[in-house]
Design a binder for this molecule. Sequence first.
Ligand code: UDP
Ligand code: MG
Length: 314
Amino acid sequence: MSELSIVIPVYNNEHSLEALVEGITKALRGRLLYELILVNDGSSDGSWQEIEKIIAAYPTDADPLIAYDLSQNYGQENAKMAGLIHASGDYVVFMDADCQHDPVHIIALLEQCRNGADVCYANFSNSPANPFKRLGSSLYNHLAYKLLRKPKGIYLSSYTIMTKSMQKKVERYTSPLINIDALVLQHTQNVTQIFVEQRQSLNKKTNYTPLKLAALFFKLLPGFSIIPLRIILLFGLTFCSAAFILIIIKSAIHFSDPSAHFFIGSGKLMILGIGGIILTALGIIGEYIGKIYVMLSGNQAFEIQTEISSDDKK
Ligand code: UDP
Ligand code: MG
């Protein structure tokens, strides 16, 4: 039985995997019993072949190394969920595969949970060099604060730990639209953080293209919150009330002086404004209907096609 499961989603990380596994072994071997779970998220490079090579050379008496190969690229959150449901340790750590997260901090994360936290995030004292990445990350955290009841000051990073009881709550969720931070915050506010340095990625470039980031936001917004709908409703109500008040004023002016002019073209402006609101509302409602469709369509959150383990060699 492992004290800790380390779940790592892998997407096009062939160059960092060896250093990743070595780093974890160096940081943890002999200090605690752990299992390392790599989830290959449909990488298009040689990541899976690299994982097979690492497992073939992996010592059989070491802490187990298990790998799952997903049938296609489902996204980081889905890959994490695929690992989470197979994690057997008392605590589960998530970290990235590109060696940006130094495994020596795992002990400090574990300490936080042992002291009573349900979840602990490793907050980075140095921000990402890429300004686009910085913006995306602060927008994500701001949204999470506003929409997901994230405690203020906590930074949601992908280097994190959760307790077994949290794992049980999160893995009950079976929809393909997954965001583990959002699921965590639906269940607990008992979240802490530690501050660590983020290292250079061994990947040449981030896997997060603008398109992937946009997909992440749209998963977070309609997938977990109805606030955008309420904002639209508020806008709609404000515009309708404004139109109603204007009509009353216009009628009153017309009554007292039938030859007087109200603002010229106001009717056209109102039609434009209300038309715009209706279109936006339709767009957002469509987004929700689309998500409901995906949830009801029975699509899987992920599909594992192969599983290999260092224990198979025993
Ligand atoms: N990742 C994944 N599927 C994807 C994109 C990313 O499993 O479709 C994994 C990736 O292998 C890494 C983590 O998510 O372990 C974070 O990705 P990356 O380092 O590219 O993101 P960044 O550090 O730029 O946020
Ligand atoms: Mg990275």
